[in-house]
Each structure stands twice: as C-alpha cells, then as structure tokens.
Design a protein around this ligand. Structure first.
Ligand SMILES: Cc1cc2nc3c(=O)[nH]c(=O)nc-3n(C[C@H](O)[C@H](O)[C@H](O)COP(=O)(O)O)c2cc1C
Length: 200
C-alpha cells in the first residue's frame, strides 16, 4: 500500500508538488506528460483529448497545438479547461481546472524552433481537426513542404502555438488498497493556495 498523503508533506503551492510527483512518475512511466485535456464549446458541450504537457511553472500548465483545431476553437469561444494525468504504476491522478490563455508568440516560437523538422512540417501540413478527403492529400502537402523548406528553417505557422492552463484548483489523488484513497486539492485564494482534503 502506498504511503498516505499527509497535508504536512505537501508543498505550499501545487506546481512544486506537481514537480515532485512528476519526477517520480518519470521514473516509472514512458510518457508521464501525456494528459487528457477537456474543453467545452460555447454551449457548454464538453470534449476531451490527449495532449502532451510540455512545460509548467507557477504560471500554469503548457501544451502546444493548432489554434484552429476543434480544441483551439472551443478555447477561443470558452477559454476554460481541465486536465488530468493518470500515473497507473503509482496509483496517482492529478487534475487541474482553470482559465486557458495563449502563450506568448516568443514562447511558441522557442518551442517550435526546438522541434524536429518533420514535426515542424507536419504541423504546417495538417489542418488539424478539418475533414481530410484522403490520407494522400496530407502526404502530398507534407511532401510539398519538405521540398519547399529543404535545408531551410521552417517558420512557425501563425495557427500553431501554446496554451497555458492557469489553474484555480489542482487535485492530487493517491490510490489506497483499502479504497480509502487520499485526495488533496489546492485552491487558489486571494491570500495564496489553500490545501483541502476531499472524501474519496
Ligand atoms: C499521447 C497523445 C499525445 C498527444 N499530444 C498532442 C499535443 O501535444 N498536441 C496536439 O495538438 N495533439 C496531440 N495529440 C492528438 C490529440 O489527442 C487530438 O487528436 C488532436 O489534438 C485534435 O484534437 P481536437 O480535434 O479536439 O482539437 C496527442 C494524442 C495522443 C494520443
């Protein structure tokens, strides 16, 4: 059985706590940065998909995507989101909820510039979430870009970049074999982060 979560052992803010858990998860999972991201459209209808958590700090959790994708359009209409990570070998779940804002262009440029060229070209070639008549259409678009940018730097398309989920709540959940699981949630308050225990 995992150790019980104790409030006294938790960091003063959720990002420091997340860093500690992420470091442990990195030791036992191939892709701990794979998270589910939920958004909702203007009417409140939800949708969810996996994205890669590329960065986090005291400002929030960052992922990169196509701004014109379904999630991008939903976030433009309703700039709030929720994310969840599940780290099975550890029996741990982390959830976060909050506002979602675009990262600055410089942050997106820096991340895009560090990607492999094939990833950069794929980001340009794919009109993410749009109907695609045939796979061959995408392959042809990719091949044309490969030729156009042979040996050259691939600029970041203006439709591609980062989002930052700025949480007002972050919950840490620990499985316990006796089913008396631990849940500790940080809530943002004017004075700072408050930690609260929830029933499992
Ligand atoms: C493990 C995993 C990681 C993914 N990471 C990303 C990502 O970082 N950014 C992204 O745009 N799509 C990512 N995808 C694809 C998305 O799940 C999704 O198919 C795509 O973003 C389109 O979603 P949308 O139509 O809701 O906008 C990932 C998929 C998986 C399975």
């Amino acid at each position: 059985m995992a150790d019980f979560l104790r409030e006294a052992d938790f960091a003063a803010d959720p990002f420091t706590q997340f860093a500690a858990w992420f470091a442990i998860a990195s030791g036992s999972l191939r892709q701990p940065e794979a998270i589910a991201l939920a958004t909702a459209d203007a009417s409140g209808a939800p949708s969810v998909r996996m994205v890669l958590l590329k960065h986090w700090d005291e400002r929030g959790f960052v992922f990169f995507t196509n701004y014109a994708s379904r999630k991008g359009e939903e976030l433009a209409a309703n700039p709030r989101g929720a994310l969840v990570a599940y780290w099975e070998p550890l029996g741990r779940q982390v959830r976060a909820e909050g506002a979602v804002v675009r990262t600055g262009a410089e942050e997106s440029d820096a991340y895009f510039a560090g990607r492999r060229q094939r990833s950069q070209l794929a980001a340009r070639a794919s009109e993410q979430s749009r109907p695609l008549r045939d796979r061959a259409v995408l392959e042809a678009a990719f091949a044309a870009l490969e030729e156009r940018f042979a040996g050259a730097e691939v600029p970041r398309p203006s439709t591609w970049g980062g989002f930052r989920l700025v949480p007002h709540a972050v919950e840490f959940w620990q499985h316990q074999d006796d089913r008396l699981h631990d849940r500790l949630v940080y809530r943002r308050e004017p004075a700072g982060w408050r930690l609260e225990r929830l029933a499992p």
